[in-house]
Design a protein around this ligand. Structure first.
Ligand SMILES: [Zn+2]
Length: 71
């Protein structure tokens, strides 16, 4: 299984329990730095939130998501 291309706004990438990837992605905003997280395994993603919250949610999700990355 090869790692998916890293997008330019990638802040962090977690390995999931199912050996997939959960990305934390920067979301450009005017006044506040916002980010989202997105899982390559189950395709779930979070709403826009601050960077620290996105990192935390991505870490939590990656520790319990068992969906495989299908390419
Ligand atoms: Zn997932």
């Amino acid at each position: 299984m090869s790692e998916p291309t890293r997008p330019g706004n990638l802040i962090a990438r977690y390995r999931s329990a199912g050996h997939s990837y959960v990305d934390v992605l920067d979301q450009a905003a005017t006044t506040v730095q916002l980010a989202t997280w997105a899982c390559h395994g189950c395709k779930n993603q979070g709403p826009r939130m601050d960077h620290a919250s996105a990192q935390k949610e991505a870490s939590n999700h990656s520790s319990r998501c068992r969906a495989m990355h299908l390419g």
